[in-house]
Design a protein around this ligand. Structure first.
Ligand SMILES: [Cu+2]
Length: 153
């Protein structure tokens, strides 16, 4: 890499180096994906997993797609000082190089709104993770029991 002139350095600090940010989704590994069975289709489902960035570049999860739900989105649950929990769209999720982000009950989760069919224990459904570099990661999410708390439970 050739040395940057002070002007070029200031420019790159100001606007970032796009070549550094536009890669990396191929290095994302998804571990421990699971979801709970649903009673029907009237209430949204949720899926959980750990996303690990094994690469040298930051990656940003920007969205989800699945034939199971017409409106999948990344949500974050929070509990306030009064013990009232609520959830909001989490927006984009940045995963720094070498780090992981957990989607788990009570925190970040893949919200599966407008279910197109019932989530049946023992089955799986396909989920596509879309990243800011245009890359995708496709996984099959195992559906556990209706009271499951995780892949081991
Ligand atoms: Cu949610």
């Amino acid at each position: 890499m050739k040395p940057l002139t002070p002007t070029a350095l200031a420019f790159s600090l100001l606007f970032g180096l796009p070549t550094v940010c536009l890669a990396g989704s191929a290095d994302v590994v998804v571990e421990g994906a699971w979801a709970r069975a649903s009673i029907g289709t009237s209430r949204p489902g949720a899926a959980y997993m750990t996303l690990r960035n094994m690469g040298n570049d930051p990656v940003t999860l920007v969205g989800l797609a699945t034939p199971l739900a017409m409106m999948p989105d990344i949500h974050e649950s929070k509990t306030d000082a009064n013990g009232v929990s609520s959830m909001t769209p989490a927006g984009e999720i940045l995963i720094p190089p070498g780090e992981s982000v957990a989607l788990e009950p009570g925190g970040l989760h893949a919200m599966l709104m407008r279910l197109q069919y019932k989530m049946v224990e023992g089955e799986t459904f396909p989920l596509t993770l879309n990243f800011a570099d245009g890359g995708t990661v496709n996984i099959d999410v195992p559906i556990l029991g209706i009271a499951a708390r995780g892949p081991e439970g």
